[in-house]
Design a protein around this ligand. Structure first.
Ligand code: ADP
Ligand code: ADP
Length: 239
């Protein structure tokens, strides 16, 4: 099943910079795709168009059968429930417990008022604890998020995004703030969980070596264009 499709998608920022030029891509359900390219190539703009944190200029972007290219307002919220995101700097609420941060993954499902009041169904709580267990930090559930190491915080954000039960996970440079050994551990967890839950996952990474170790498929970008798209086995040094 096709989950994401870019059809001649272009994006020009208000200052005139053409960050995406005529992108055509099809991503199938369950694929673990890594996007590589130099800083400024358009990786971030590309994946952020999928949950519409960036606004395409022309072309079409289909997510889970729906044209989301110019989606607005309340419809964006349901898109972002379906398309979860992991950031370089974790984006946790520092003063809240790890568990509360993971429960934030349920916001799109529970409704804002109830969740503001701290009312979550019991099964959501169980789901959150189970997902913390899956990334090996269940014992940190009641610790304040900012007491954790970077690697642990990124695991919290993985637990949060899977607790959201999305169809798609976007990860924008998820290991760029971590040291190499920690980066590998986080990438392993992300890939394992993505495969276990059959989540379509798109990850931006700086380093081709890391990309080749974890990706099913690699997309190479340069100056707003896709210059390579294929399985890891087709990547050669020149690309
Ligand atoms: P990457 O993720 O590969 O580093 P980005 O998608 O962040 O690339 O950026 C692509 C290009 O778009 C860069 O030249 C960047 O400076 C520019 N850019 C990114 N965000 C904006 C913005 N909000 N306004 C104008 N230009 C931007
Ligand atoms: P990243 O590549 O992780 O997005 P950047 O440092 O490139 O980090 O961008 C940080 C923020 O600044 C982003 O919100 C991006 O959209 C914005 N930005 C990047 N380049 C430009 C630019 N040339 N003009 C305006 N905003 C930009």
């Amino acid at each position: 099943t096709v989950v994401i499709e870019f059809k001649n998608l272009s994006l020009t920022y208000p200052n005139g910079l053409e960050a995406l030029k005529n992108i055509n891509l099809v991503v199938e359900e369950g694929e673990f795709v890594v996007v590589v390219g130099l800083s400024g190539a358009g990786k971030s703009t590309l994946i952020r168009s999928i949950n519409r944190m960036t606004n395409p200029t022309s072309g079409q972007l289909i997510v889970d059968g729906e044209d989301v290219t110019f989606l607005k307002d309340n419809k964006l919220r349901s898109l972002r429930t379906k398309v979860g995101m992991i950031f370089q700097d974790y984006n946790l609420v520092k003063r809240l417990s790890v568990l509360r941060n993971v429960m934030a993954g349920r916001l799109g499902h529970t409704g804002t008022l109830k969740s503001l009041l701290g009312i979550f169904p019991q099964e959501d709580l169980k789901l959150a604890m189970d997902n913390l267990d899956r990334v090996g930090i269940k014992d940190k559930a009641y610790v304040r998020a900012d007491q954790l190491s970077g690697g642990q915080q990124q695991r919290v954000s993985i637990a949060r995004v899977v607790t959201q039960q999305p169809k798609v996970i976007l990860a924008d440079e998820p290991v760029a703030s971590l040291d190499p050994p920690t980066s590998h551990k986080v990438m392993k967890d992300l890939r394992r969980i993505s495969k276990e839950d059959n989540l379509t996952t798109i990850v931006n990474l700086h380093f081709i070596d890391m990309a080749m170790e974890y990706a099913d498929r690699i997309i190479g970008m340069r100056d707003g264009e896709v210059v390579f798209d294929g399985p890891v086995s087709q990547v050669t040094k020149e690309t």
